[in-house]
Design a protein around this ligand. Sequence first.
Ligand code: PLP
Length: 392
Amino acid sequence: MRTETRLLHALPNDPLTGAVSVPIHQTSTFAQEAPGVNKGFDYSRTNNPTRQALETLLAELEGGTRGIAFSSGLAAVDAVLKLLSAGDEVIAVDDIYGGTYRALHTIYNRLGITVKHVDTSDPGNVLEAITPRTRLVWLETPTNPTLKISDIKAIASITKASGALLLVDNTFCSPAAQQPLKLGADIVLHSLTKYIAGHSDVIGGGIVVKDEELGQQLRYIQNATGAVLGPQDSWLTIRGAQTLHLRYERISRNAQAVAEFLHAHPDVAGVNYPGLRSHPGHLVARSQSTAFGGVISFWLRDDRVEAAAELVKHTRLVTLAESLGGVKSLVCVPCRMTHASVPREARLAAGIQDSLVRLSIGLEHPDDLIEDLNRALAALQAPAQQKAALVP
Ligand SMILES: *Cc1c(COP(=O)(O)O)cnc(C)c1O
């Protein structure tokens, strides 16, 4: 069976009623037949049938043996970091998701875990940084917001040789396009909030592993620390995940059209999108994923944050908001929003120009998106043209 079919049939119809949609088991506890004798469920933190259905689906999506669902992407991040002990070292992609950076540097650092950031788009940098103390290598590919690509297979061979675990935060690519466990990763992590749930209506996180013992350790942490996803949100996520492949394919096609339009626009200085041949990670991205996703970033010839702020005032279809991966297109200005707390020098070093604009492309018709962006870019120029007209 092909992936799409397997995914839709991974969850059986409800054996009790025949319901074709997984029931929402909104219950905290379960009746027991005798002390300690139950139907596999005793308390909903430990296990809940609706959450378990989502966890089955997550494992299916990523080709793992166990999926584990959390109350947010960051709760999933936190659960993985709880595998570590004082003295352990993490090597992480240099432009890691801001929330993960914050957890590593303001919480886990205090608990004796050290973090080294390297540019993982060159696997040689990982090889150089890895030591016997390295317990975990943390990748995102593509990264946010500059969409850098790292070679999962090449880095997996380095972590295997040194005994470290390789984690891929696969939020941006989604399992519809890239399955890191098949490329040698040990742990895949998701903010389910983004493409998997896919409708900007729920916050959730997920982990998938292939090693059963590692799966048991993470399940233990999930139950011991308790940041579980509730039944309603599990159901919403299942509902979204069933159309993931369809959405991701269309979103990627839309994004390719928008990226090509931006690339050709005279007021755009540069575009980051792995689907463009000009992207330095294009070939690696093509070798490990089947689509390039919906996130694009670009910067302006007029490279001032004011120009980016002005641009986003003029989009009508594309909504100014943080987050990504939903059905409606969103836009943000990283240096005023998601990356406002990063010092300017560090931002520039990471390739985040002052005028950088990040788009999360949705399911609108691509021509409507292009018209919207074209109008906004034209509006940027208008004051300059009016001024020019005043010159005698
Ligand atoms: C959003 C995001 C997270 C955090 O997920 P939440 O659901 O917001 O807690 C982690 N990693 C990446 C790459 C993200 O985009």
